[in-house]
Design a protein around this ligand. Sequence first.
Ligand SMILES: [Zn+2]
Length: 178
Amino acid sequence: MTQPTPRDVSFMRVALEEARRAGEDGDVPVGAIVVDANGTIIGRGRNRREVCQDPTAHAEVEAIRDATRARGAWRLIDTTVYVTLEPCPMCAGALVNARVSRVVYGCKDLKAGAVDTHFAIGRLVGLNHRFEVQGDVLHDECVGLLRSFFSARRKNKVAPNELSQDEPLSETNNSSSE
Ligand SMILES: [Zn+2]
């Protein structure tokens, strides 16, 4: 586990901007960016699962695709991915396959988190690639964005049980599923 730096905080703010855009489009507000070793943002992504009707259109996958297009290479060596919500198993696997060096996330996903909560993908000795993990960067902002998204949806007459599969932050815990 590394320590968050002031740079981590400022990049997480950019990821939060992407998350807000996702929320405006009606998707669960999760955003991600890819930053290279020089501190240049080379990829951006936001959750577009609803917009694209694509279960793989998570913020991290979108950001990885954007960055690999920019680099013209599938290996994202020496990059850090900032994401507002802890990656799920699919995204954690994509981060391994992309050879990302470090992953920084905002808040834990108690339903689907796969780099700290349920699994430690990224730190498994058996895998061919590992990455550093840093959690809880701008935690309160990242949680707050998810909470306000779901409470607004509830007011729009979405039945609570309809949301249960996708509720990142239930009343009783901080669980989540992007
Ligand atoms: Zn994911």
